[in-house]
Design a protein around this ligand. Structure first.
Ligand code: ADP
Length: 204
């Protein structure tokens, strides 16, 4: 398999840190967390995370872009998952993988972010999207993974807090994945992410 992240064309990226140990038996390995700007459907990584909705039948934003560019194979597998395991929908905070169709990735990991609420604290569910997606990726043997900023579009999560929850969740994990990219769609979001990430930076 190898690390497909190394084949990604040069993009401006900020490395914000290395979490410490890998999983059991991989002591001393570190996971690299990067911030990049761009379209997640162009990411050459083993696994691309989709900010899906419960229906798994597609939507707007990242979801629409992934299905448009990845082609019908992804939707077909999503339909099959609905029939077999997720007749009532994929629960918020959980994640499930399909192949990636024509995307330059091996798998798409679909996760359902919570809709932002000013009254109810749904941050644990948002963090769960990152940790369960990462666990699914590791189970598949993925070495690189790209996340969008889950819930920060149609689901209205404030971008700074969405970044904070993403980095909090990812930094707490030990994983066999080598490279984690957080893909910000535009420069403004990237600047927000850079600011939030300051508190996570440490020497490799
Ligand atoms: P959600 O429903 O979880 O809020 P969205 O897809 O609406 O998901 O938005 C999540 C984030 O992804 C937003 O910040 C949006 O700007 C961004 N986004 C939209 N399209 C893309 C894309 N092709 N690549 C990367 N990020 C994207």
């Amino acid at each position: 398999a190898g690390n497909r992240a190394s084949r990604t064309p040069a993009v401006a990226s900020t490395v914000i840190g290395w979490a410490t140990a890998g999983s059991a038996g991989q002591k001393g390995r570190g996971v690299r967390i990067e911030l990049v700007t761009g379209d997640i459907t162009a990411e050459h990584v083993d696994a691309v995370v989709n900010a899906a909705n419960s229906s798994l039948l597609g939507g707007g934003g990242v979801d629409g872009a992934i299905h448009r560019k990845g082609g019908p194979a992804i939707l077909e597998e999503c339909r099959a998952l609905r029939s077999s395991r997720y007749g009532r929908g994929l629960p918020v905070g959980q994640a499930v993988a399909t192949t990636a169709g024509r995307l330059p990735a091996r798998w798409v990991i679909h996760t359902v972010g919570p809709v932002f609420s000013p009254d109810v604290d749904r941050a644990p569910l948002l963090r769960s999207c990152y940790t369960t997606s990462l666990a699914v990726a590791a189970d598949l043997g993925a070495r690189s993974i790209a996340f969008p900023l889950i819930s920060s579009g149609v689901y209205r999560w404030p971008k700074d807090d969405a970044v904070l929850q993403a980095l909090t969740a990812l930094h707490a994990e030990t994983t066999s994945v080598d490279v984690i990219r957080l893909v910000l769609f535009d420069e403004q979001t990237r600047r927000i992410a850079e600011q939030v990430s300051e508190s996570f930076k440490h020497d490799p």
